[in-house]
Structure formats: C-alpha cells, structure tokens
Design a protein around this ligand. Structure first.
Ligand code: ATP
Length: 453
C-alpha cells in the first residue's frame, strides 16, 4: 500500500478537476476564500450531513430537529455575548498595509516577503492588537437606520436556544434531550484560507443537549466519545484523530470545559469539531434579556430548573475536507499510476457505476436496464465513454466503491462483474441479486485500506 501521499495542493486540484469544489465567482476573478460545491461535492457533503442526522435522529430517540432563520432578532447577539465578545485580535502592518490575526500570525504571510510570517521581516511594523468583531452586519427593510441593523448568524446554536421553549411544549421533551440543526453560518474571518478549512460562509452541524443540573459532566464525557466514534466509524483513521481538552486560557466566555476533535490535516492538527459544556449560560442570558421563563418542571419533584447544555459543534466543510484528505491515495494498477479516494461507501458520492464494456451488441441497453434496477436504492452513474480502464480510473478518483461491468457474457447469462475499488477483486453477480448484494456491501463494516495491517 502506498504511503500517505496527500497534500492540500493535491486535494484542491482533485476537487477542481473532478467537480467536487470550485473557487466561487471564478469568471470574475474569484472572491477570496469563497467556494462552490459541484455535483460530487454536493453528493459527498449531503451524505456526510445525512450520516450526522442519522446518528442523532434515527439512532436515538432523545434528539429532535430544527431549521431556524439565519437572520434573527438583533437582541439575540446582545444576550449571547457575541456583540460584545465575538472578536479576534487584529493587527495592521504599517509597511505592507495588510491585516492579520494577532493570535495566528504563523498562518499569515508577510506582504513584502510571503515566505515569512507577518512581523518576522526587518521592515515589518505591526500595530498593537485591537478587537475585531467577526459578525457580518446588514440591514432589514427599506430604511437603513440604526434600528434596522441585523447580523448574519455566526453560529447555528443561538437559533436553538431561542426555540427551546417551543420544544418543551410541542415536542413534549424533558431534559435530557437535544435539538440538532444543520445550516450556514457566517464569520468575517480576518485570515480565511486553507481551502474550505476556514471560510467566511460555511456550514455547521450543531446540537444543544439540555440536561438536568448535576448531569452535565456525565453527558459531556458521553458526547466527547460519541462524536469521536462517529468519525472513526465513518472510516477516519484513528491515528489521524484525537480529542484535545482546552486549557483554561483557551475557553470561550460561556464554557466551563471544551474538548476539540482534531484531525491531522496536511497543514497539521486542527479543530474539526468542538464539544463544549456551556452550563446554563445561554438560557439564563436569553431568559434575562427576553423576560421569559426558560425553565422546565421536574415532574418527579415539581421543582423548576434551568437546564445545563452540552454542545457538540461540527463544521460540515471541515469534515468534508478531513474525509477527502483521509481518503486520498495513490497506487499503481497494472503498471499505471492511479489516484483513488478510499471513502467509506456510505459517504461516497456515487455508490456504483454501470459500464457497458463496448458501445454495441446490446450492452448499453442491458447496462441501462441495470441502472434502472439500482437507481431507486442507490446513487448510480452510467458511463459508456472511453476505454474501460479509463472509466475505472475516473470512478476511482471520485471514490465510487463498485464498478458494475456489462460484457458479452452478461447478454447470455444475465450476470455482471462487480469490481471493488479497494481490493480490485472482480466478482460475477446475477443481475437479479445485484441490488441486494450492493446493499449488503454498503452496510458491511468498512476499514480504511490506508491503515496498515
Ligand atoms: P477556530 O478556532 O478554528 O476559528 P472555532 O473554535 O471558532 O474555530 P466553533 O465556534 O467551535 O469554531 O465552531 C464549530 C465548528 O464550526 C468548528 O469546529 C469548525 O468545524 C466549524 N467552523 C468554524 N469556523 C469556521 C470557518 N471559518 N470555516 C469553516 N468552518 C468553520
């Protein structure tokens, strides 16, 4: 097996070449650090979000779903502390006139000498750091006055707290229970970069898990492990994943304990997801600012409580990038180099490609029939263009786990060959049992072939 050959450049290039992710607005020269997801990128990210929902909604009965508005009442951000405290330290360089994040200077590039970090060169002249609020401001309605100022949400979490009361009533839920949400968030990052790792517009998958006082520590430990396991079960190599507890100085204003799930990206260990013990900070802030009671009644004792909150907050784009990096591999097949995405089959954008060996003798017609048999159940693709080896390579590069080939024999005995992306084994399967066979393989335990032994 080849050694880990992945670099960020290779991922960016594969994503563009195969239509996963493109720089946004390219015909106008692009807009810094904005990206658009193409066909395979949408399928991959949808599968990933689908597995997240599956783990929370389908595999449990104590989590419910929400899709809240992006623009919320501006007092939300006053209560949550974002207006006053959602800032990063910003420095200007008086020489090159560029701006950098003071706590991440190593991620910036000096305007005069891009090989150096800001502040490292003899001409660098950095100002003292000042706080820069990361929220995007806009206005609602036809009159732009102070009262019309609103913010694009910098996290999906607050929409959950604003709706907590509804859930107590209509969902008949009592802590411990969770509310989960997936959606876009916006942060005017000072130094976006590293492809989709840090953007100004990105997608989050967040859950607020409300627990009775006294149970926070237990659920914090539970969700740390559950979220770590989710990545491993979807094929991330355990030696590329770790849980790291925040030091006291790193904690956010609302958190008494936070651990990050970190992935070893080609740029080093970086946060993929944060699991925070937010205490009752958010609900008590919103209760105070809205003058509403956000407590629940313990039916056993009749006492009213403000729940504590454990929050696993993941990024769908960072996770997409981590799965792409973990899957990327290069090897040799029949003396020819190939690039292959060894994605967990459940995440692969296309599960099966159906390929007639030749474009005649009734093979395309039979292959189309096979597509028709599979498509209700699986994302399948039909491809008849070019030599079979080239078509296999194309599917390998987008991570398709199985190529189904219709050949001469298929017309006689209604069997096809199924080629496995990872083992390259080819097996003959009757067309009548193909759908069940692929379903069986899809549900089987999967382990990254990049793991040694
Ligand atoms: P960082 O320290 O890297 O700025 P954060 O601790 O501010 O991240 P959180 O507020 O905990 O991030 O957000 C939860 C998740 O949302 C992160 O773990 C990450 O996956 C994702 N995320 C946050 N900011 C961005 C961004 N600018 N671009 C892409 N994903 C992001």
């Amino acid at each position: 097996m080849a050694t880990d050959a992945v670099t960020m450049e290779k991922i960016v290039s594969l994503c563009k070449r195969r239509g996963f992710i493109f720089p946004s607005s390219e015909i106008y020269g692009g807009i810094g650090s904005s990206y658009d997801y193409g066909h395979y990128g949408v399928l991959l990210k949808n599968n990933l979000k689908g597995r997240w929902w599956h783990a929370l909604l389908q595999e449990r009965d104590d989590v419910v779903a929400l899709d809240s508005a992006i623009i919320q009442h501006p007092r939300t951000w006053e209560a949550s502390g974002h207006l006053a405290g959602f800032t990063d330290p910003l420095v200007d360089c008086r020489t090159c006139k560029l701006r950098f994040r003071a706590d991440k200077l190593e991620d910036g590039r000096c305007g005069r000498r891009p090989s150096q970090a800001p502040g490292a060169g003899p001409d660098c002249d950095l100002t003292a750091a000042r706080n820069f609020n990361l929220m995007f401001e806009t206005t609602v309605g036809p009159v732009r006055d102070e009262g019309s100022t609103v913010f694009l949400r910098p996290e999906t979490a607050q929409g959950i707290f604003l709706n907590f009361k509804h859930y107590l009533q209509f969902a008949r839920k009592k802590p411990p229970f969770g509310i989960a949400q997936v959606g876009k968030s916006f942060r005017n990052e000072i130094t976006p970069g590293n492809f989709v790792f840090r953007m100004r517009e990105f997608e989050q998958m967040e859950m607020e898990f409300f627990v009775p006082p006294g149970q926070a520590e237990h659920w914090y430990e539970f969700w740390k492990q559950a979220r770590y396991d989710w990545y491993v079960n979807l094929g991330i190599r355990p030696d590329h994943l770790r849980l790291r507890a925040h030091e006291a100085g790193e904690l956010s204003h609302y958190s008494s304990a936070t651990s990050d799930v970190e992935y070893l990206y080609p740029i080093g260990w970086q946060e993929l997801e944060g699991i925070a013990n937010r205490g009752d900070y958010d609900l008590s802030q919103h209760a105070e600012h809205s003058h509403q009671k956000l407590e629940y009644v313990d039916t056993a004792t009749g006492e009213r409580h403000l729940p504590q909150v454990i929050e696993p907050a993941a990024g769908a784009d960072r996770a997409t990038l981590a799965f792409l990096c973990d899957a990327y591999d290069e090897d040799e097949v029949d003396g020819e180099a190939r690039t292959v995405l060894r994605l967990h089959p459940l995440l692969a954008p296309v599960k099966a490609a159906v390929l007639p060996l030749v474009k005649r003798d009734g093979q395309p017609e039979l292959a189309r029939e096979v597509v028709g048999l599979l498509r209700d159940q699986l994302q399948v693709e039909y491809d008849e263009g070019g030599a079979i080896g080239r078509r296999y390579r194309r599917q390998d590069e987008i991570g398709t786990p199985w190529c189904v080939t219709v050949d001469h024999q298929s017309l006689n005995d209604r069997t096809v060959t199924v080629r496995d992306r990872d083992t390259l084994a080819q097996e003959r399967v009757a067309i009548g049992s193909l759908a069940a066979e692929l379903e069986r393989r899809l549900r089987a335990r999967w382990r990254s072939p990049k793991l040694s032994a």
